[in-house]
Design a protein around this ligand. Structure first.
Ligand code: ADP
Ligand code: MG
Length: 252
């Protein structure tokens, strides 16, 4: 095991400890330990089926863990008494398929949860939505329908929608995997900008160049377990585990 990126106890925003998750008798996550500190970008890599999406879904309480503890902002969110909607309202999640509402225009998509979940009034929601669209470079598209946008633009709208409520943590599940190759760059550039602005991110991707350039820590998942973690130059450039080497040689 390579040296984990160390952090002073208690400074983390998110901590997973001993997380285990099965579907039936299929163990999908085992003994997963992970921390994310404010402002960090932590990238999960691993083959298809290694458990990356399930891990993100457990953090977002879309899946219930079987064992272990997840703390977010210092609070145990695996406690069954925790209000999942409230926790989710403090995280932003973006998926591979952007899942925009086709019948709403762009600004409507970006402001819907602000209004319905966060109780922000129409005027303020619109102002915040437009400011967010500006930030992702799409202010000219506020009145467009999702169908009239490219895939890269739609994904940037989905990211704006997740960011507009000022989440403490962004979870991004292969957000460029559904895009045509020429559209991947604009979304990765946006994520790079967000990292520069101090947005905290936990994401999974197959874009190793992005992981190398932007991640603070890379975690290699194999069969539901983090087999290797560390600085990107270490895990990607000088992997210590045979499994990590085999994975990296397959995708390069
Ligand atoms: P990855 O995102 O790394 O490709 P996933 O987290 O999607 O991996 O899946 C990990 C494993 O868990 C896979 O074997 C997948 O088939 C299984 N799995 C994921 N979600 C479910 C589910 N809801 N029910 C049963 N099996 C699931
Ligand atoms: Mg996945």
């Amino acid at each position: 095991m390579t040296t984990p990126v160390t952090s002073p106890a208690g400074s983390e925003l998110l901590r997973l400890h001993g997380v285990r998750k099965s579907f039936g008798d299929h163990v999908v996550l085992r003994d997963v330990d992970l921390t994310v500190e404010p402002g960090q970008c932590v990238v999960l890599i691993g083959a298809s089926g290694s458990g990356k999406s399930t891990l993100l879904r457990c953090v977002n309480l879309l899946e219930v863990v079987d064992d272990g503890v997840i703390t977010f902002e210092g609070r145990d969110i695996t406690d069954p008494r925790v209000d999942g909607d409230e926790v989710r309202s403090r995280m932003g999640m973006v998926f591979q398929a952007y899942n925009l509402f086709p019948h709403l225009d762009v600004i409507g998509n970006v402001t819907l949860a602000l209004r319905l979940v966060h109780g922000v009034g129409a005027e303020e929601a619109r102002a915040r939505g437009l400011a967010m669209l500006e930030r992702v470079g799409l202010s000219a598209k506020a009145a467009a329908r999702p169908d009239d946008l490219s895939g890269g633009q739609q994904q940037r709208v989905a990211i704006a929608r997740a960011l507009v409520a000022n989440p403490r943590l962004m979870l991004l599940d292969e957000v460029t995997s559904a895009l045509d190759p020429e559209l991947v760059g604009e979304v990765l550039d946006l994520l790079t900008d967000l990292k520069g602005e101090g947005v905290t991110m936990l994401l999974n991707t197959h874009e190793m160049g992005f992981a190398r350039d932007v991640a603070d820590e890379v975690c290699f998942l194999h069969d539901g377990h983090i087999h290797e973690r560390g600085r990107p130059e270490q895990v990607l450039g000088d992997p210590q585990q045979e499994r990590t080497r085999a994975f990296l040689s397959r995708i390069r």
